[in-house]
Design a protein around this ligand. Structure first.
Ligand code: PEP
Ligand code: MG
Length: 843
């Protein structure tokens, strides 16, 4: 291990720093103090002979780093080196780092097995954290990455610089991909953030990469050194081209629906619903999870690695089981699992177990607390959120060591509202909905993993509630998860109002669930078809269970995703038929829609500056005619015994629609000649998701049977706001009048030729938007499987004539907020006044 020598004018100062360092490392850490002058070195000053003597006695074959305080201490240390043999001085380095910060940073690095170069680098960076804290980002300028010493350069080196364009920077998932890629090669790979001056750090360590705090627009330097450095360079470069550039992989929840003016103390919406009850806190269990070592370091290590492996396996099982449930969550979980395989973390753990003789639980807690703290200190709010993932993993491993308590349900003696600083994803999954009426967290956001999970469980949640604290435990609290409101000790009037709101919501939900298999007919007698968006068999089954009238959008990407080779025609037929077997009724099959945010491993695409405006959707299919023809044949064959319609994505031109139709006909003619049974004739349509297509819908309608409006992309292209870019959430509302006017144009264009129009964008799952779309003249909506019953129920309580009047006002509103307010007030009033259907006799 690399050792340290502390040179100070004051013996007391030297000893105190020594004490500090040993507390941070271990008592046997190789450190010596060369301080003071005179008898017993009690006087202030530095003595070169004494320093040389100390250096000579400290036996550290891997090198010694000397840290000095100010002025003549530096001169004395330099003189001491001159007094020593040149062979001895080769492995001694004088550090320009400040004494206290440098010593601590260097010792921690040395303890983790760092080389003399690495230890010296850590020491040099020792002041950066403090400077950053006090002076913000300018501190990075003190020591830019280019100026820092890199480890000795081996014969073979490859390096490149790239700019990160991912909206969230090098966050957990691309960083995890980088770790995995770098780990495949024997060469060492290091990454520096040239923009902030952080690094270099090993590319194989997720924790170290996180410390680079890479944000969108930052320039990264990647250096690979070693015999296979060119292969490593190629692989990382390829990864960077796809994973770090211009991609957004965070799926945001729909914008909060603010149907009531905020009345109580505001925090933020997490999961819809109202809850009223006593505020309770879960029992703190961490303390009992930590214990003293019960075996040798090797036994403690075995205990720890077994627990880590078990949690890693559990995560992987969950990932497979839940893939597709919450978009992006599988990747987040996989990144969580990578924490468990992090080599740097492992080195620190070994050191704590072997050198410091800590127990497995204490070592694990020390290391993960430190890592979570590092995430928490980050500037980027998205990266800060990842501290929760670290703490979650940390707690799960601790519980595993203590005998697998991880699956206990969160419950209380009587129902209540759970208050916690933050809710870990694994805790969210074990909330007992009959006891946990609602959840309030002091931290967190609607994009957090736990909020996503609670939404699927129907438990209301409010996040970031600063208005409430531990002192409120036991008091009555109310929350509305759709608006983010929280009331502490609400008065009777407020409780009555909330209870009636809750009652209305509950009754509406129950009515909708009970009537889910019935048609959705408005109070004035118009049927609204409610179909579902489906991307795999599980979602098709959920759609059927929730009463969907069929599938309005089958995303066929599931046939191709995660494959290294294109699936065969027969494979595609089989997979499509499995979907049809899970749900009765019409299935609208959309042809492959990849490119931009959905790359295909086996279909290489040249790098594009702006992939959302590039070769995606139908444009990509035209570039791969063989793949496309096989796909079309499979779709037609799959529909031989089930009603299917075929739909093409991302159409911008009438010519494109015609070309797609020609290829579909070619697939049909081939199958006919081969005497293979298939669906023909089929209804043929296109997605309307590009403004140009919306505006020429009348001309498009000539050759087609139907349109389906994709509001996700239509909104993105109309508002010039990339979907999924969290910073542009305000611009991504499909209720913006500009988007509504384009939708109106589509309805009018289709009407001229009596064509079917539906909406399959995510906005159709939002009750306010669904109501407006119906008012615009759309009679078919395709929604998320679990929203089907609710959307059907909504229309049963509304008059279409009134929706038409509201929609005609909505298209001339100034913005989406005005439209939301208009329709929100109407729906609230409708829900509380309980109107009768036209022609009924109810009084
Ligand atoms: C859309 O763009 O609205 C749509 C439904 O297509 P996707 O979300 O699959 O791009
Ligand atoms: Mg789309």
């Amino acid at each position: 291990m690399v050792g340290l020598v502390l040179v100070s004018h004051s013996r007391k100062l030297g000893e105190s720093v020594r004490e500090l360092v040993l507390q941070m490392t271990s008592r046997d850490f190789p450190l010596a103090v060369a301080s003071g002058v005179g008898e017993n070195h009690e006087e202030l000053g530095t003595d070169a002979v004494h320093i040389a003597d100390v250096l000579q006695k400290l036996e550290c074959p891997e090198g010694v780093l000397v840290l000095m305080d100010l002025g003549s201490a530096v001169l004395s240390a330099q003189t001491a080196l001159e007094l020593l043999d040149t062979s001895a001085t080769k492995s001694i380095r004088l550090s320009p780092a400040p004494l206290v910060e440098g010593a601590i940073a260097a010792a921690v690095c040395a303890q983790a097995g760092g080389s003399l170069d690495e230890v010296a680098l850590e020491a040099a960076l020792g002041l950066a954290a403090k400077q950053q804290q006090l002076q913000g980002e300018t501190a990075a300028e003190v020591l830019s990455a280019e100026e820092r010493p890199l480890p000795a350069t081996p014969a073979e080196t490859a390096e490149f610089v790239l700019t990160v364009e991912n909206p969230h920077g090098l966050h957990a998932r691309p960083a995890a991909a980088l770790v995995q890629t770098a780990s495949r090669f024997s060469s060492s790979c290091e990454v520096s953030n040239l923009t902030s001056g952080r690094g270099p750090v090993p590319a194989r360590s997720l924790t170290s990469l996180a410390l680079l705090q890479v944000r969108k627009g930052d320039r990264l330097k990647i250096v690979c050194c070693g015999s296979d450095c060119h292969a490593a360079f190629g692989a990382i470069r390829e990864l960077a081209d796809t994973a770090f550039v211009g991609k957004s992989d965070v799926v945001l929840p729909p914008p909060p629906v603010m149907t009531f003016p905020p009345a109580g103390a505001r925090s933020f919406p997490g999961s819809d619903g109202i809850a009223i009850g006593p505020l309770v806190m879960p029992q703190a269990t961490e303390l009992t999870l930590i214990d003293e070592p019960s075996g040798t370091p090797a036994e403690e290590l075995a205990k720890l690695t077994a627990a880590m492996k078990s949690i890693s396996d559990e995560i992987r099982r969950t990932t497979v089981r839940d893939s597709g449930k919450a978009p992006g969550s599988a990747a987040i979980l996989e990144a969580q699992a990578l924490i468990l395989a992090d080599a740097v973390l492992m080195t620190k753990l070994r050191s704590l177990l072997e050198q410091d003789r800590l127990s497995a639980t204490r070592a694990w807690k020390t290391v993960t607390d430190q890592l979570a703290g590092q995430y928490e200190a980050m500037v980027d709010p998205y990266l800060r959120e990842r501290a929760v993932d670290v703490r979650d993993i940390a707690r799960r491993v601790l519980r595993q060591i203590k005998g697998g308590e991880s699956q206990t349900r969160i419950s209380f003696p009587s129902p209540g509202i759970l208050f916690t600083d933050e809710l870990l994803p694994s805790e969210a999954t074990v909330c007992d909905p009959s006891m946990v009426l609602g959840v309030i967290t002091a931290k967190g956001s609607a994009t957090s993993h736990s909020a996503i999970i609670l939404r699927t469980m129907g438990i209301p949640m409010v996040v970031g509630a600063t208005c409430i604290g531990q002192a409120d435990i036991g008091r009555t609290v109310a929350l509305d998860g759709s608006t983010g409101e929280v009331w502490i000790d609400p008065d009777e009037q407020t409780i009555a109002k909330l209870k009636s709101r809750q009652e209305v919501q509950l009754q509406r939900k129950n009515r909708a669930a009970a009537a889910r298999s019935q048609a959705a007919v408005t109070l004035d007698g118009t049927r609204i078809e409610v179909l579902a968006n489906v991307g795999n068999v599980r979602e098709a089954a959920a759609a059927a269970e929730n009463g969907a009238d069929g599938v309005g959008l089958l995303r066929t990407e599931f046939l191709f995703a995660s494959r290294t080779q294109a699936p065969s025609e027969d494979e595609q037929v089989r997979a499509l038929r499995e979907i049809y077997a899970s749900i009765a009724g019409l299935v609208i099959v959309r042809t492959l829609d990849v490119g931009a945010d959905k790359p295909l491993a086996f279909l290489r695409q040249p790098e594009e500056h702006n992939p959302y405006l590039g070769v995606r959707g139908i444009r990509l299919s035209f570039q791969s005619p063989d793949l496309f023809l096989t796909h079309l044949r499979a779709i037609l064959r799959s529909g031989a015994e089930h009603e299917i319609w075929v739909m093409f994505p991302m159409i911008s031109l009438v010519d494109e629609a015609q070309q797609a139709l020609r290829l579909l006909k070619q697939a049909h003619e081939q199958l006919r000649e081969e005497r293979v049974s298939h669906a023909w004739p089929v209804k043929r349509g296109v997605m309307i998701e590009v403004p140009s297509a919306a505006l020429v819908s009348e001309q498009l309608a000539e050759d087609l049977d139907f349109f389906s409006i994709g509001t996700n992309d239509l909104t993105q292209y109309t508002m010039a706001a990339e979907r999924g870019n969290a910073e542009l959430a305000q611009l991504q509302d499909a209720l913006h009048p500009a988007v509504l006017r384009l939708m109106k144009a589509v309805v009018e264009g289709a009407k001229k030729r009596n064509r079917h129009v539906s909406v399959c964008g995510d906005a159709a799952s939002d009750p306010l938007a669904a109501a407006i779309f119906a008012g615009l003249g759309i009679r078919s909506l395709s929604v998320r499987p679990r929203r089907v019953a609710e959307i059907k129920g909504l229309f049963r309580e509304l008059y279409l004539a009134e929706l038409k009047a509201i929609a005609s006002e909505a298209v001339i509103c100034k913005d989406a907020a005005a439209v939301r307010s208009l329709i929100g007030h109407y729906i609230d009033r409708a829900a509380t006044t309980g109107r009768d259907p036209v022609g009924s006799n109810r009084s």
